[in-house]
Design a protein around this ligand. Structure first.
Ligand code: C2E
Ligand code: MG
Ligand code: MG
Ligand code: MG
Length: 284
């Protein structure tokens, strides 16, 4: 009997040791390590004029170049990064790298050139954001590059006095403000207008349903009408087909973004293509 007890204890002990060695490290620790290693890199996706199809800017999308797992998509790590506050140093890396690369290639970019950056809710409650934007603008030191801060609808919901002052300051620096994923949250535009918006980005879920679901089309039409009244420009996200692009243009959407024009590619590649005047690769 004792021998059996000792054997079972030993088995459990070895299993415990194995787990200690091989347990998955928490995502938080992995993110901290990756920040130190500068594994977060900017990808760029073009935004075009809906009528002329000319390039008007890009959206910067974060990617994680993990040494073992390869390229990691943001939906797998952004939520944890936002909840833990690590999104702030991560955004710092992205803004620094983006400014550095834009500076090298600014001569080959159209004037004006809009650069959209996704901003987490934590950032909107912190003075760090205006410092970040200040150094970005200093670094690119070019009036034609316009920094567009993309806030998703849910986080712009509560506009505090602090946020309002912060955004006033940012507008003073020349930044523009976009509401991302518009139509998926519950905020009222009256509330959002307190921060003097420039753009609404129509969420891809509505674009996907063009020609399929009339409710999405009604929502797009109503959004366009409302945006025009408030003098806001509209960007449609997730445009994948010519039919969607044509519909959106006819409805009065100003700018388009999606796989129809280009998937997100490394910012450096995008800028090099621009410099060489090479067509943007199309595909998923
Ligand atoms: P988002 O800001 O709404 O970005 C648009 C997403 O749609 C991107 O996904 C983009 O790759 C994808 N997309 C673009 N065109 C198409 C299309 O034609 N079809 C389809 N199906 N998808 C398209 P991605 O890059 O995976 O990013 C997902 C989300 O992660 C972003 O949504 C944004 O909320 C967040 N994110 C990305 N980068 C950052 C960042 O630097 N900071 C923060 N806080 N969030 C970020
Ligand atoms: Mg965005
Ligand atoms: Mg979006
Ligand atoms: Mg989104």
């Amino acid at each position: 009997f004792y021998i059996i007890v000792i054997l079972i204890t030993q088995v459990f002990f070895s299993l415990f040791c194995w787990w200690l060695l091989h347990r998955p490290r928490s995502l938080y620790l992995e993110l901290e390590r990756a920040i130190k290693n500068r594994e977060f890199v900017p990808y760029a996706q073009p935004i075009v004029n809906a009528t002329t199809k000319e390039l008007v800017g890009i959206e910067i999308l974060m990617r994680w170049e993990h040494p073992v797992q390869g390229l990691v998509r943001p939906d797998l790590f952004i939520p944890q990064a936002e909840n833990s506050g690590l999104i702030i140093p991560m955004t710092h890396l992205i803004l620094k790298e983006t400014a550095k690369q834009l500076r090298l290639y600014k001569h080959s970019l159209p004037d004006p050139f809009h650069v959209g950056v996704n901003i987490a809710p934590q950032h909107c409650n912190s003075t760090v954001l205006s410092q970040e934007c200040h150094s970005f603008i200093d670094e690119v030191s070019d009036g034609k590059i316009i920094l567009v801060l993309e806030l998703t609808e849910r986080e712009a919901l509560e506009v505090s006095d602090f946020t309002q002052r912060l955004f006033q300051q940012l507008k003073g620096l020349g930044c523009k403000i976009a509401i991302d994923d518009f139509g998926t949250g519950h905020s009222s535009l009256v509330n959002l207008q307190q921060i003097d918006l420039n753009y609404l980005k129509i969420d891809q879920i509505f674009v996907k349903n063009i020609g399929i679901d009339s409710t999405s089309e009604h929502l797009i039409e109503t959004t366009v009408e409302m945006a025009k009244r408030l003098s806001l420009s509209l960007i449609a996200e997730g445009v994948e087909t010519e039919a969607q692009a044509e519909y959106l243009q006819q409805q009065g959407v100003d700018f388009l973004q999606g796989f129809l024009f280009s998937k997100p590619i490394p910012l450096g590649d995008f800028l090099q293509n621009q410099a060489l005047n090479v067509d943007i690769p199309v595909g998923k």
